[in-house]
Design a protein around this ligand. Sequence first.
Ligand code: G3H
Ligand code: 13P
Ligand code: NA
Ligand code: ZN
Length: 328
Amino acid sequence: ALITLRQLLDHAAETGYGVPAFNINNMEQGLAIMEAARKCDAPVIMQASRGARSYAGDIMLSKMIEALAAMYPEIPLCMHQDHGNNEATCMSAIRHGFTSVMMDGSLEADAKTPASYEYNVEITERVARMAHWVGASVEGELGVLGSLETGEGEAEDGHGFEGKLSHDQLLTDPDQAVDFVTKTKVDALAIACGTSHGAYKFSRKPDGDILAMRVIEEIHSKLPNTHLVMHGSSSVPQDLQDIINEFGGEMPQTYGVPVEEIVRGIKHGVRKVNIDTDCRMAMTGQFRKIAMQKPQEFDPRKFLKPAMDAMEQLCADRFEAFGTAGNA
Ligand code: G3H
Ligand code: 13P
Ligand code: NA
Ligand code: ZN
């Protein structure tokens, strides 16, 4: 059954677990997530980016979610807008059946420039007020995602901003977080702690200098009742890099967010953990493998089924590691 982010994360906080939020663009990703959830008895957060909405189409996405909820009636399912950039994106998502929206006011509406604090408070408060009128939940974001190694802030197209950002901008300020949550009344708060989107997060296994989990602990100590969200939380597992590269891929060596660091975050208020890249890599590894091992194959299902199975395994691993399993 469909439920809101607030309902799901309140339960996660009471019980002390985290919930992976997996991105969905197509049927195969939806089936992989739900099948893993059924096997693990886990509640689900599925999220669609603006890119996913234009890729699949709003009607296709919302009917797909309806279908998944009907196929897996025992699984609590939150359907969330990932990185909403303005009021229209958030309101149209709700109209298409989403139970939760992210208003990402850390960037301007063009998703290319860091926004002022005042802009962020104003637009997030407005979206939260409107969403709450109709029973949907809201996630806000304070702090700009980007690399503490290079100082590059992250614009939506994956390119860095012009000019380097300071550590102050790349790490959420705990006192400002208190003010932000008080003023906006968001249900969940995404924070910046040195992670970034995509596969290329860190040039080495991250330590506290480049992945600032201590910031999360400090925010949680000042906002013990606020559900925290970690974006850019793919672990970029070595075995998935290896499969891709073994079968003709050319991904330079890279490092993601270790699962044990996320588990540490979950002990300190992190309830929603955004993962897209790992799912993409799990699927792509299988596409490459089949394409190389069976060059005579041309039935898309022969590519998509192994890809779905690999993504299901990835999802199940995260449900187990984050303590989501057993809580549906
Ligand atoms: O926010 C980033 C997510 O991985 C979604 O990516 O905008 O390419 O769909 P996307
Ligand atoms: P990854 O690129 O690390 O999977 O992050 C996904 C994300 O934060 C979506 O909002
Ligand atoms: Na989100
Ligand atoms: Zn994100």
